[in-house]
Design a protein around this ligand. Structure first.
Ligand code: F3S
Length: 399
């Protein structure tokens, strides 16, 4: 890989330890994937924030970098292992909270925005069409590539951090035109009225388009919440973090229809629900907001739960960014949800909080949430926002 004089100086340690370490990571990645050079990035999204996943070794690594590592571009943070303010209310232990705060402190010293959300595009980290960025977190990467038309590979935590300290990333993979062409055509002959239908669709397409870029036809319209749900699901279940929907997402009209094709019918979606849903009727955990809830979703929850009560023995978590919650506070949605017994889980989510063994059965709108909650040993049910709120109020799943 060819380096400029300035990049070589960074690799030689002229800008300190963190930048040298970062250049070592970026040049190693570039060599492995055949990049010819580094390119500037407009922003970075860093995943690997939960102490639950990092452990003491991860915390030590971050502290070493935080001594002289300062980010060169706008850098936002993925969810942490707890709500940074209301962790006690969510049943997080003081020992975990102390370690998680040390992780956050290290990121803060690096100059990273402590946003702790997987929807950075809803809080101001919004890349332009064609802009190169270095994001980690699969749903955010897919949203950036597909809905915004920005360009990013699916970075890991360390390579994203390295890009933040250097302001550059190796130019390979989804940064290059030749790797962004769709390679499977998917025709949708099914209705998708519910938010969870988009999670189910992501499951079906992810499986059919394993490691491919889907070009999707047959969808007339999709709002932001449906697209973010689809982004989370399609990549979790196997596709590359880029898709095109004809008439909906940017760049779709320029795609040449791929030869390989398949049709998705209503029965395929039902099959996805059958695969994602376990045989369980008692629900002790309802968590919505995977990816993090938009203000519109919080409004919907508030309207559905007004004058109702979350059943004793069941918890309702609304996972969202702190920024979205602040809007919800002003509009009265927070008060309505909390009066009903619901809890806000800002800065965190059901996949990265230490939840293993705490709950038996989850209800959610999210196919990705089901995938990770099974790893946390929960039975799972996926359905509409209405069905989830109903489950929180009754403690039962009704079908
Ligand atoms: Fe976001 Fe956590 Fe889901 S990071 S996409 S809420 S698994």
């Amino acid at each position: 890989m060819e380096l400029t004089k300035q990049e070589q100086a960074m690799l030689d340690g002229k800008e300190g330890y963190a930048v040298r370490k970062s250049m070592e990571i970026l040049t190693a990645l570039g060599e492995i994937f055949g990049a010819k050079s580094l390119i500037d990035v407009g922003s970075v999204q860093v995943a690997g924030v939960s102490y639950h996943n990092l452990g003491d070794a991860g915390l030590e690594f971050l502290n070493e970098l935080a001594v002289d590592g300062r980010v060169k571009v706008l850098t936002t943070l993925n969810p942490a292992g707890m709500d940074l303010e209301n962790w006690e209310q969510l049943g997080i232990s003081p020992e975990f909270a102390q370690k998680q705060n040390l992780v956050i402190d290290a990121f803060q010293r690096m100059g990273i925005l402590i946003s702790c959300t997987c929807t950075p595009y809803l809080i101001g980290n919004l890349p332009l069409y064609g802009e190169h960025v270095a994001w980690s977190e699969s749903s955010a990467v897919t949203f950036a590539n597909s809905v915004l038309g920005a360009r990013t590979n699916r970075e890991g935590g360390p390579s994203a951090l390295a890009a933040a300290f250097v302001g550059k990333t190796p130019n390979y993979g989804l940064h290059l035109d030749e790797n962004r062409a769709a390679d499977i055509h998917i025709q949708i002959n099914a209705d998708l009225p519910k938010l969870s239908d988009w999670g189910a669709l992501g499951y079906v397409i992810g499986r059919k388009a394993e490691n491919k870029i889907p070009y999707i036809t047959g969808i007339k319209t999709a709002d932001l919440d449906k697209l973010k749900s689809f982004c989370a699901s399609v990549v979790t279940y196997g596709a590359k973090p880029l898709f095109y929907i004809k008439g909906v997402t940017p760049g779709a009209e320029q795609q040449i229809q791929p030869e390989q094709s398949c049709i998705i019918e209503q029965a395929d979606l039902k099959g996805a629900y059958d695969a994602i849903n376990d045989q369980v009727s008692d629900i002790d955990f309802v968590c919505v907001g995977c990816p993090h809830c938009s203000i519109k979703e919080i409004q919907e929850i508030a309207e559905l739960i007004r004058d109702k009560k979350v059943k004793d023995g069941t918890e309702l978590w609304v996972a969202t960014s702190r920024t979205a919650k602040q809007l919800a506070d002003k509009r009265g949605y927070t008060a309505t949800i909390e009066e009903a017994g619901g809890k806000f889980a800002c800065d965190t989510c059901m996949a990265v909080a230490p939840l293993k063994g705490r709950f038996k059965a989850l209800a959610t709108t999210s196919a990705k949430g089901c995938f990770y909650s099974r790893q946390n040993l929960m039975k799972t049910k996926m359905g509409s926002m209405k069905e989830c709120v109903e489950a929180a109020v009754t403690g039962k799943w009704n079908n």
